[in-house]
Design a protein around this ligand. Structure first.
Ligand code: GLN
Length: 222
């Protein structure tokens, strides 16, 4: 059995757990909540949920998880959604004053709250390549979502597959994000997955299936 951990310090961790248990059960998966370095060690893969990235980073530091997480991402598949995507990014264009803890692992630069403060939340139907029934749009739920400011230079060597871009009409207006990469809302880099929106807050389990099949199971192959 594969063990998938969900970082359970803050945010939408319970929703991820429900989604995985309900919908990815054909193949035996154990899903556990991770709050300690010992629990992290049990996991073949990890999900970092949405929530608040500065709070989650701080709690990770306090609970002695930040360094273990930084080591973990070097070898195991990790999926970050929204705040989780911020934590997984290598760099951040607008960190919180006084700095904030990142885990890193995915070679992108990200902008927090990149869709601005007026339009804090919205939904958009997304075309996503590689999902089951990919012709059916995926409901993208964006809540004070970050924006991928730029794929960093190492991204090309790291097998980066952009799997979804947001339609032009919804592009973020923040002046921090002028480049073409700002349309990217989902990407896979090696065995890591990054989504700036919240698949765990929908009734559509295809992203969870995608993570299991494209990232987790291939990493277990002998
Ligand atoms: N804006 C939040 C942050 O900076 C992310 C929001 C979310 O996860 N929905 O962490």
């Amino acid at each position: 059995d594969a063990v998938i951990g969900i970082l359970a310090l803050q945010g939408a961790f319970a929703e991820h757990q429900v989604m995985l248990k309900k919908n990815c059960g054909k193949r035996q998966l154990d899903v556990i909540q991770v709050r300690t370095p010992e629990e992290l060690k049990l996991c073949d893969a990890l999900i970092i949920p949405g929530g608040e990235s500065t709070t989650m980073g701080l709690l990770a530091k306090i609970s002695g998880l930040i360094e273990p997480l930084r080591e973990y991402v070097k070898t195991k598949p990790v999926w970050g959604t929204c705040a989780g995507a911020i934590l997984l990014s290598q760099a951040i264009s607008n960190p919180k004053k006084g700095g904030q803890e990142l885990v890193g692992g995915v070679s992108v630069k990200i902008t927090r709250n990149g869709w601005g403060s007026q339009v804090e939340s919205f939904e958009a139907p997304l075309q996503v390549s590689g999902l089951r029934d990919a012709h059916i749009p995926f409901p993208g739920v964006f809540i004070r979502a970050p924006v991928v400011a730029e794929l960093l230079s190492a991204a090309s060597e790291l097998h980066t597959h952009v799997i979804s871009r947001i339609p032009d009409s919804l592009l973020p207006r923040s002046s921090l994000d002028e480049g073409p990469d700002r349309a990217i809302v989902a990407l896979r880099q090696g065995r890591h997955l990054l989504t700036t929106f919240h698949p765990e807050l929908t009734f559509d389990s295809r992203f969870h299936e995608y993570f299991v099949h494209e990232c987790v199971l291939p990493s277990l192959a002998p």
